[in-house]
Design a protein around this ligand. Structure first.
Ligand code: PMP
Ligand code: GLN
Length: 404
């Protein structure tokens, strides 16, 4: 294996998904939906293939899809988006993020990333030749749930070598949604660094709980032009295997991402792009008694969050303090690993020990949060485990039978 890849041979997914399968455990680990996608989404895919949309496509995205994306996000960001220059369709947000780093980062350039972070920003930065500069969030006090931003530290992380700033809201794994006040302050810092590009990973944009509202950094301080705001059909329509994602933003930053995309996959899966275009169009229609599909899916996640919170609050199988998420696919629990079989603690950090123990002994899989923290702040993740909210009701019922 190349020296570049050598440090990145392990991912938490390649340990815990097989471990869940091997133990026949209920998998509340990896964030893929445990329920089928809507019928209108399935029918869209059948329609796309029957319409012979089966060959390579325009690299930046098939016209029907970029037009739907421009329409949808035009409404959201209250601006006219040019579908041909301000949208870049990618093979999932994953490839889009890689294309973004590859196209904006040269050897020795710095990338400021909020820590903890979804596990691929750091490896992708390094693969692009960049140096990740991680800025820790301030952990909540005992009994609290809010992770705070250390604006002073954030400000200090920027310098002449900084090329890219990365933010993720709703946040994986924390469930944090950056507030208007936080985004405003972050935007003020970015105003001082006009040459820094911004990657805003908003793949969980539609899943906000209670009074929380999803806000996009690109809508603050005229940051649109230099921000690539990512989303993913996988998360929106519960089709993570389709691997269709996109970014919206200014023409120059979109051109960079699409240029890199030419040399990674050239174009994304045409048939799935056609299906997503149709699905985005239909998602605005009333759905299952809700004014549109987005409100239905947000309500589903909200109900599952309540169910899981209740199960974890009432369990006597281990000590856990469930933490109310603001948005996204996940709920964190603060655990006390002293409760578990000590043989698991001999190998690795307490959160890993807890998740291995729970998967093997209780047949429930969750993800250890320290996997998302940088080496210098890993200790902050050691008492947190992450449970997915994107599973089927039957899976939460099964979890309740084990834990309650
Ligand atoms: N960003 C975040 C925060 C995620 O959780 C995921 C889920 N894998 C991705 C990006 C990747 O999205 P996709 O499945 O579209 O590649
Ligand atoms: N985003 C998903 C999660 O956090 C899956 C990640 C992956 O499979 N790469 O669970």
């Amino acid at each position: 294996i190349s020296k570049k890849l050598e440090p990145f041979q392990y991912t938490v997914w390649t340990e815990f998904t097989p471990l869940a399968i091997k133990n026949k455990a209920i998998n509340l680990g990896q964030g893929f939906p445990g329920f089928p996608c809507p019928d209108f989404v399935k029918e869209s895919l059948a329609d796309a293939t029957n319409s012979n949309e089966n060959q390579y496509s325009r690299p930046q995205g098939v016209p029907a899809l970029v037009e739907e994306i421009a329409r949808h996000y035009g409404k959201k960001h209250n601006r006219v988006i040019n579908p041909m220059t301000e949208v870049a369709v990618t093979e999932g947000a994953t490839e889009g993020l890689l294309s973004a780093f590859l196209s904006m980062v040269d050897t020795g350039d710095e990338v400021v990333i909020i820590d903890p972070s979804f596990d691929l920003y750091v490896p992708q930065t390094i693969l692009a030749g960049g140096i990740p500069k991680l800025v820790s969030l301030i952990p909540p006090e005992a009994g609290q749930t809010k992770w705070g931003v250390d604006f002073e530290k954030l400000e200090q992380a920027f310098n002449e070598k900084t090329r890219v700033f990365v933010i993720n809201t709703p946040h994986n794994p924390l469930g944090k949604m950056f507030s208007s006040e936080e985004l405003q302050k972050i935007a003020q810092i970015l105003e001082k660094w006009p040459n820094v590009a911004i990657i805003s990973d908003e793949v969980y944009e539609h899943i906000a709980f209670n009074e929380n509202k999803h806000l996009s950094l690109c809508d603050f301080s005229n940051l649109w032009e230099r921000t690539a705001t990512f989303s993913s059909a996988g998360k929106i329509f519960s089709v993570t295997g389709w691997k269709i994602g996109w970014a919206v933003g200014g023409p120059e930053i979109m051109r960079k991402i699409s240029t890199s995309h030419l040399w990674t996959t050239f174009c994304s899966n045409t048939t799935c792009q056609g299906a997503v275009a149709r699905s985005l169009r239909m998602a605005d229609n009333p759905y299952m008694g809700f004014p549109d599909y987005y409100q239905w899916i947000a309500n589903q996640y909200s109900r599952k969050k309540e169910i899981l919170y209740e199960i974890l609050s009432n369990t006597k199988k281990f000590k856990i303090e469930p933490m109310e998420p603001e948005g996204g696919f996940f709920l964190l629990g603060r655990v006390n690993p002293n409760d578990i079989d000590p043989k698991y603690l001999a190998n690795g950090s307490p959160d890993f020990a807890f998740c291995r123990w729970m998967t093997e002994n209780l047949k429930i899989c969750a993800i250890p949060c320290s996997a998302f923290f940088s080496p210098q702040s890993k200790h902050l993740g050691h008492n947190f485990v992450r449970f997915a909210l994107c599973k089927d009701y039957s899976e939460y019922e099964a979890v309740a039978r084990i834990l309650n």
